[in-house]
Ligand binder design. Structure first.
Ligand code: FE2
Length: 258
């Protein structure tokens, strides 16, 4: 089996440091082979920078995925293109967009292909993610293990993607909403699935941000400066056990580390 661990959006310095303090031991305890984390909110301020990406990699993350905040910080553009193991959603326009949406890791004599896609409902109007994944899968061997981070807003779009890919990929997990869903399952053709992995960041927050700031914004409808929540953090993640031979998920478990 490959044990793959997906970590929900890592938010800010506090989220990054909490991940660094917990991940090494968890990798040992659960015998994890591959760690994928969504890092699009890992920089102080917003987005992802080379500094925050390096911090995640040096904390034990193998592949960083992103989403709608992938390009917030200009300093990450070259890094997205140069570093093999950081992804931006694959359905951005080809040619003009820095980076790539697919990467490959050689593991235990298998190729593990990681794909990052962005939803299009209440998000950017990018290429249709269902068509994009079809195109990507045409170039993937039947022997490859494929894992998809679908960064999307609506539960319907995410669940539809899960069923669409059931039996075609090993695992699909959702990110972006920063709230872990309780629908982890192995779909009928063997694809491991969860609508949202959740967040690594401050517990007393609205998606990582101080509650009073979000309440002010919702009440007064004027722009506000986001500040990260304070106090204790949690790390939310999902563990997929993937059979090397069948490439199906044989076990799935949600973890909330405090
Ligand atoms: Fe996002």
């Amino acid at each position: 089996c490959i044990r793959d661990r997906a970590i929900g959006d890592v938010v800010g310095k506090a989220g990054c440091e909490f991940l660094r303090s917990k991940l090494p031991q968890i990798k040992k305890d659960y015998d994890i082979d591959l760690v994928i984390a969504n890092g699009e909110n890992s920089a102080e301020g917003n987005g992802i920078t080379p500094h925050s990406a390096n911090f995640l990699f040096s904390s034990g993350v193998d592949v960083i995925t992103t989403g709608n905040h992938a390009f917030r910080r200009k300093e990450i553009y070259n890094y997205l293109s140069d570093n093999e193991y950081i992804l931006r959603p694959a359905n951005y326009p080809e040619g003009s967009t820095p980076g790539k949406g697919v990467c490959k890791i050689d593991m235990l004599k298998r190729n593990v292909i990681i794909v990052n896609l962005l939803g299009t409902i209440y998000m950017e109007s990018l290429d249709n993610p269902l068509e994009k994944i079809d195109e990507i899968l045409k170039h993937v061997s039947e022997n490859d293990i494929v894992i998809v981070d679908f960064h999307a807003e609506t539960t319907s779009e995410k669940r539809a993607m899960g069923f669409y890919l059931d039996g075609k990929v090993s695992a699909v997990f959702g990110t972006h909403t920063h709230v872990m869903t309780a629908d982890e399952s192995i779909l009928k053709n063997g694809t491991g699935y969860i609508t949202d992995v959740g967040m690594t960041g401050p517990i007393n927050s609205v998606l990582g941000i101080k509650p009073e700031i979000i309440i002010k914004k919702l009440k007064e409808k004027m722009p506000v400066k986001f500040e990260y929540g304070e106090g204790a953090c949690k790390m939310e993640c999902v563990l997929f056990d993937i059979d090397l031979h069948t490439r199906k998920t044989v076990g799935i478990k949600r973890l909330i580390i405090t």
